[in-house]
Design a protein around this ligand. Sequence first.
Ligand code: SF4
Length: 681
Amino acid sequence: MPVYPLNEIKKYFESSGPMEQLLPDYKFRQEQVNLTVAVSAALSDQEFLLAEAGTGVGKTFAYLLPAVLWSLQENEKVVIATRTKALQQQLIERDLPDVKRVIKADFTCAEAKGRENFLCWNKYINILAGKKRLQEGEFEFLQSVLPWAEQSETGDRKELRLKSALMKHWDILAADRKSCRKDKCLYHEKCFRLKMIKRLEKSQIIVTNHALLLSDVQVDNRLLPEYHYLIIDEAHSLDREAFDKLSMRFSSGDSMDLLEYLQKAYLPHIKELSSVDRELLGECLTHISMAVKLLKEYFSALNRPLSSKNGYEATLVIKAADLEKTWFLEALEIHQDWQDSINLLLKNLKKLEECMGGVEESEELSRVIISLQEEADHAYQINEEHSFQSDMLVWLDCERGKVKAVSSSPVCIASELQNRLYHKLESLVMVSATLAVEERFDYFLNKFGLSQLQEEERLKTLLEKSPFDYKKQAGYILLDDMPARDEPDYQEKLAGILSQIIDITGGRTLILFTSRQQLKDIAGIIRPYCEQRQVKLLVQNEDGGFETLKEQYTAHPRSVIMGLDTFWEGIDLKGDLLKCLVIIKLPFRSPDEPFCQAWEKYYQQLNQSGFSRFLLPDAVIRLKQGVGRLIRGENDRGAIVILDARLGKSSYSKVFLNSLPFKNPRVLSCMQFTQELKKWV
Ligand code: SF4
């Protein structure tokens, strides 16, 4: 039994208590105790809790401890969902073992991951038996994986330590829904994914990631075991992920690949089998030719509204007015013909599958039938249903001036979560370092459809500020005479300011961009300058991905990272590793992104401003995440330099300024700021 029960949870934090005795870095923080007590109350009173806990509060332990005690006390499963697999791993390998030591009681916990993380025995054995011809690189990958595959207890790809050039072939072994033989699988007993499911069923604490949680929500809890208590960490990013997860896509490439595979590879291959009805096969080929032709015509009709404005990669939202336009009506008509030809094809393919009996090749045909059926279902729903629904957004995904796919997603995730998730939960805790805007939770409550629960007093909110002394630990500089981005001297001036900053800091600097193109342009100007000064410039995408850049940055004291999205919230550079954080622009999303267009459509229907209800608070949360990179510990020290004059001058600047943990920026000109910066780095 635990040393203290849930209602005495505060005792764990007391001086000379278990936390102080057993955790080397533990430091008492009242904010952490408050959050722990609030999470305990939410679980035991069957309430919902929305909690912002600033950097350094220790939110992970503050929710893990009550979650475990509650689970032990009530014999209930608690699901904990965090943003990434890396954070998931950290909970399993570091934080939950710490909880175990602190409470001096054992409990079961397991990691829930998507099936693509596990080796599929059926695929593996078929490859070893030579039933799949391996492409270049795949053979080398297989050789490297063999010893692991034979010994692994989990079959989880995270155990492999292979270079990315080899790991890119992982799919040849990965379990996947379409090819899974389910009950017919000869390796059912050994299946790594099924073993994971068994572990989840037996566990009290399940640690998953947002993506899997959302997939489970989407399929009405058929992936995870039944649960009624849920904690979502890093909850600020769930809406963006939910938008992607709940979206549907009909892609020209995927459908064409399937049809061409049948036409050019699969059907010619099975032609010689004695069980194959040649006449039926001939009919299939005729329907395929028709489906290929109609598919091309459909996508070419969708190309018509594109203009030269739609650059290399673009999205074009289908608006109500488009539904009357000739190009749309024509595309719709072709789509209906395409559906007819696909239905005939599917009917014949199923007959073919039946007459092939149990021969091995029919297994592959089943997989293709499922995939083709899925493509047709998506196409039908997007074209015939979602395009006409006011609560859905439909858009064209374009590349090099051509439509590559049609996609759709709900304009507001709230109703999906209300219908599929909240109603079955006894308690939900959503926690993050950045949920509130101007210390209020309205934005988050509205976005997630939780306002009603607050009115019914079933939801509480809690805001625990960071215990760090930002005033003493950080300089906060705003340059108020930076030109606007569209002014002719902007680029030159920006490069000049960044060079001055790099001169002063000599490295240990993180520069956050919002535009890929701008990052590329500025990196081109700054790079020779850095080389002359022996400063290692690490540019996202040019010099590597997130992990590579982080590794190199940590290894070289004179290095500077120039990064995009992932660096705004995914990097934790403690101590001396970061001296200066530069924000180039306020992180407003592009209003053309389907995600933003969806919110715009939603608020338009309510006669409200999409800018003030969504774009602005969203940018505030993202800026809070960004500035949160600088001070990660109570001994950290450094400076933030914000190069977007809108933070001081725009009509909405106070919303940003009132929301940030840093207060009262030193507003300086480009000529003056260096003296101030030198004081802090
Ligand atoms: S049950 Fe499915 S995932 Fe598991 S080994 Fe068999 S085919 Fe692969």
